[in-house]
Every structure is written in C-alpha cells, then in structure tokens.
Design a protein around this ligand. Structure first.
Ligand code: TYD
Length: 216
C-alpha cells in the first residue's frame, strides 16, 4: 500500500502549523492513518541541525552552507521518517519541504535554483509530494503574528521585510510553474475558511475527500 505525501508551505507566520494539525485531526477522525512531521527536523539528527540553522547565535552561516544543512536534515528525514510512513500507507502531512529551500535559499538568499534542485534531488532520492498546499499570506501580517506570539524571532525570521517579500513572491512563482501539484490558498482569512479550502485542494489526492463531498 502506498500512502500520500502532502506538504504545507508558506512564509513565516502564515498559519501552516495550525492548519496542518486541524486537517490531521479531521483525517484521523475519518480513520486515515496520519503522520505529522516538520522540516527542518523530524528526526534526532534533523532536530540538531534545526538548532544550528535557527539559532540567531550562528549569524555567520553562509547561504550555501545553509542550503546544504537544510538538505542534509531533509535526507535524514526522507529516509528515516517519510519513506517508511508512505510504505505503511500513511498520509504524511509535512510542514515544509523542498519548496522552502527554493523559496528561502533561492528567491530569498539568491542562490541558483537549479543548483538547489540538484542538491535536493540528491537529498531526497527524487521523492516529491503528491500535493503542495501553499498558504499565501501578507508579509507584514506574518511578522506581526510572530511578534504577537511572544516567542523570540529565529535566525531566518530576523531577516528584513524585503527578504520575506522575495520569499513570498518566490513561492507564487514556484506554484505558477506547476499548477498540477500546487494549490495556492489565501491564508488572510479565518481559520475555518482556510481549512475548508485546504480540504477542497485535496480532492482527487485523498480518498477521504472525494470530489463534491466537502462543499459545506
Ligand atoms: P519554523 O519555526 O519551522 O518556521 P515556521 O513554524 O514558520 O514554519 O522554522 C523554519 C524556518 O526555516 C523558516 O523560517 C523557514 C526556514 N527554512 C528554510 O529557509 N529553508 C528550508 O529548506 C526549510 C525547510 C526551512
């Protein structure tokens, strides 16, 4: 049995994690075996790499090293967590994946996209998601949400507004390149409205959400 690999993407503060959990609860209630995971992280090694990547103490990290560290954490994650879960027929809900590297290290930092694609193809052995759900959110609102949350901003969140704008535009460019795989969801709305659109965006991918069954 083969599972499904669903990835949530979006700028910092776009509400991905909340939506991912809500969707997972709905799927679990329908009897789907669900696995939640996140990047960078999801494994013991990956969580260590995450610490290195997000701790503002390591401000000297250069873009190529940053891209390779994200890819290294991803390689561990694919092999140890994602592939085994897919083999068991689970629905894997993953908070960020390759598109985060293309958007942040590519459009944000200015690294060559084809180089990033190459690195990531190697890291993931070519595993690509069945669907990418892009939560499109206004940059200023994302920064506001992070400051309201009361936790300190991490190394990436500390980047300036222009960086986050490039990342957002990058995501939209990536989504426009492959409309079959991506769905763009306007996240500047209530949790319920966004969730309803997310479910619609999974029609045809998950049997739990057959077309035409989720119009309420
Ligand atoms: P995280 O706290 O998980 O962000 P959020 O909860 O907003 O999703 O931190 C992940 C950060 O790492 C986030 O700022 C995006 C960045 N990132 C990259 O720059 N490249 C990547 O490949 C990945 C996976 C994340």
């Amino acid at each position: 049995m083969k599972g499904k690999f669903i990835v949530f993407e979006g700028i910092d503060g776009s509400g991905k994690t909340t939506q991912l959990k809500l969707l997972g609860e709905k799927l679990a209630a329908l009897g789907c075996p669900v696995l939640y995971t996140r990047e960078p992280g999801g494994t013991r090694v990956g969580e260590k790499v995450r610490e290195l990547l997000l701790n503002p103490q390591y401000g000297e990290l250069v873009p190529r090293a940053e891209a390779l560290l994200y890819a290294a954490a991803r390689a561990q994650h694919v092999e140890q967590v994602i592939l085994p879960a897919l083999k068991q027929g689970k629905v894997v809900l993953c908070d960020r994946y390759i598109d985060s590297s293309l958007a942040y290290q590519g459009f944000g930092r200015g690294l060559d996209l084809s180089l990033l694609e190459q690195i990531n193809r190697a890291a993931t052995a070519g595993l690509i998601p069945d669907r990418v759900l892009l939560l499109d959110f206004c940059c200023d609102c994302g920064v506001d949400r992070i400051s309201r949350s009361g936790r300190g901003a991490d190394r990436i969140e500390r980047e300036d507004q222009e960086f986050h704008r490039r990342v957002r535009r990058g995501y939209l460019t990536l989504a426009a390149r492959d409309p079959q795989r991506y769905r763009v969801i306007d996240a500047n709305r209530s949790i319920e409205e966004v969730q309803r659109d997310l479910i619609r965006a999974l029609e045809g991918v998950l049997d739990a959400f057959p077309a035409g069954n989720n119009r309420s």
